[in-house]
Design a protein around this ligand. Structure first.
Ligand code: GLC
Length: 565
């Protein structure tokens, strides 16, 4: 084993600052009871796999009681487990087993909205004292024909008006997502307190923190002004029709993030036996906003990890080397100095998979990029295998709410079902995910070849490349090494991690679909020898092989991780 991989004795970083967070979508990970739906015992049964892969932290999409309109993002009881997923005992067992294997557990926290089946909503609709203002209610406007209309032009992210008439209360309520997901009113201190209690409940159960859902949607303008048109869509019911200046990214969002940070810090201080409790925040927002989430201009700390979605939103299979370099640099430039760490999200349950966004040939290179950049890496389950979107799910099998709203002709453009299909464990029925006759979403037909078992057995596989990268990440150089990135040409970029007394690491990636010849001598400072550390499955190069730095040939979409000796 190379000297690079020895344990980093000088490493004083906190546990979450260099971790790979592995996102599990529980409904699709592993079904233990044959009902076609993944569950907690399923996850527990696969913890060995997660540990073997080299993962030390998982974050779970919601597992709480839910009518499952938005597959768990519509919660009807935040302190109970969805029965399809198991029991509280199963949850406790999962946490214990995970901790036993050195894996920390992060839960999804969904504060913006509840399910319309939540007790709070029922009470609010009935104006039960103390609950009247738990949600955002409004009388609406009366039009010329005397008909009651929503108060303004706000749209739901998932299509249509963000207001729904409630017969019982005779008022409209706001929902930024489906109509079964009414928005909580965070201007009401009772709501803030109720949500704090929920966080404390799970912290006391031993979780290491939260991924906070849709955080930039928490507040809306109290004046309820119409939102200006964007010019991007002609359809007044589409979310793209207007600019969401009154419903998203309001300054109050930052106050809430900082409030939750204080709660987590106080909890960590009072319970020093556990790890630092952390938050990761989900917001598709501008760089300056996300930088403020880390730490605002006054120096107040907020989110430990404001998710950086730039690899999902700002580059794709058509991007060139300069786009990638610019994309990486801009995060590092905006991120505040002083103890903050970068983070890179390569995929999630809301967006097409890596193999589908960048092409199946780019899987290894994208994992190399993710794992050798400085800071935290976030992997969506299945990306270690290069799982692909199942784009041919029929309309009849489609379950994702925005896809259903889009209708039979357009559902494929927006559906998130393709990236949520069952995890592919082996080539048995349902890819070894479930023994049911039908799974909640169909299994991708490529499972017969693309699965964990096959990739473990193969001499070379995406999984093995991923494992090697995670092993390499333990090195001092990848934990603490300084970082320099450059485009070497229009199609190839390289970056270097350097630390005194250690061999440097260089990652080089060809993002084009043509073979490229590059000269790395200047980039590596002439003097040193370049040796392969990790190569992709189709590479002609092998680990340990010296490379000609002055004329290095890279296959289409090839990535290489090398060391300088
Ligand atoms: C977040 C989740 C997404 C969900 C939405 C509404 O964006 O990641 O899956 O539909 O919030 O809760």
């Amino acid at each position: 084993m190379s000297s690079l991989i020895k344990t980093d004795t000088e490493d004083f970083t906190d546990w979450w600052q260099h971790t790979v967070f592995y996102q599990i979508y529980p409904r699709s990970f592993k079904d233990s009871n044959g009902d076609g739906i993944g569950d907690l015992q399923g996850i527990t049964s696969k913890l060995d796999y997660i540990a073997e892969t080299g993962i030390t932290a998982i974050w779970l999409s919601p597992i709480f009681k839910s009518p499952m309109v938005d597959f768990g993002y519509d919660i009807s009881d935040y302190m109970q487990i969805q029965p399809e997923y198991g029991t509280m005992k199963n949850f406790d067992d999962l946490v214990d087993a995970a901790y036993g294997l050195g894996i920390r557990v992060i839960l999804d926290f969904v504060p913006n909205h509840t399910s319309d089946q939540h007790d709070w909503f029922k009470k609010s609709a009935a104006k039960v004292s103390g609950y009247e203002d738990f949600y955002v209610w409004h009388d609406g406007k009366v039009d010329k024909a005397g008909k009651r209309q929503p108060p303004n032009n706000w749209q739901s992210v998932f299509y249509g008006s963000a207001w729904e008439w409630h017969e019982g209360r005779q008022q409209f309520y706001l929902h930024q997502f489906t109509k079964e997901q009414p928005d909580l009113n965070f201007r009401n201190p009772l709501v803030v307190r109720a949500m704090d209690d929920i966080m404390l409940y799970w912290l006391n159960k031993g979780v290491a923190g939260f991924r906070i859902d849709a955080v930039n949607h928490l507040f809306e303008s109290e004046k309820l002004e119409d939102e200006p048109l964007s010019g991007k869509s002609q359809d007044p019911l589409s979310y793209d029709y207007s600019k969401h200046i009154y419903t998203k990214d309001l300054p109050e969002v930052l106050d809430m993030i900082q409030h939750w940070r204080r709660l987590l810090d106080e909890f960590s201080a009072k319970n020093p036996n556990g790890p630092t409790r952390i938050m990761m925040t989900e917001a598709y927002a501008g760089l300056t906003q996300l930088a403020d989430y880390y730490e605002d201009a006054k120096g107040v700390h907020g989110s430990h990890l404001p998710f950086n979605f730039n690899f999902i939103t700002d580059v794709n299979g058509d991007s060139d080397a300069r786009d990638f370099v610019y994309n990486v640099e801009k995060w590092l430039i905006y991120m505040p100095r002083g103890g903050h760490v970068a983070n890179w999200v390569m995929g999630n349950h809301d967006n097409p998979r890596v193999a589908s966004r960048f092409g199946p040939d780019s899987v290894d290179a994208m994992n190399m990029l993710l794992m050798t950049l400085p800071g935290v890496a976030v992997t969506y389950n299945g990306e270690e295998l290069g799982m692909e979107d199942y784009r041919d799910i029929s309309w009849a099998d489609t379950v994702d709410p925005p896809a259903k709203n889009a209708g039979e002709l357009k559902y494929k453009e927006v559906s998130r079902d393709p990236e949520r299909t069952p995890f592919q464990w082996n080539n048995e029925a349902n890819a070894g995910f479930s023994t049911a006759s039908k799974t909640w979403l169909p299994v991708h037909p490529n499972y017969t070849k693309l699965n964990v078992e096959a990739q473990k057995a193969a001499v070379k596989s995406h999984y093995k490349v991923y494992q090697q990268l995670l092993q390499l990440r333990k090195s001092a150089i990848l934990r603490r090494g300084r970082f320099i990135i450059e485009p070497l040409s229009r199609f190839v970029f390289a970056f270097k991690r350097c630390l005194e007394d250690f061999d440097s690491i260089v990652t080089v990636i060809n993002v084009s679909d043509k073979e490229q010849l590059v000269n790395l001598t200047e980039f590596i400072n002439n003097a040193r020898k370049l040796v392969v550390e990790v190569a992709g499955i189709n590479s002609i190069y092998e680990p340990g092989q010296p490379l000609p730095a002055s004329a290095l040939s890279l296959a289409p979409h090839e990535g290489l991780v090398c060391k300088l000796v």
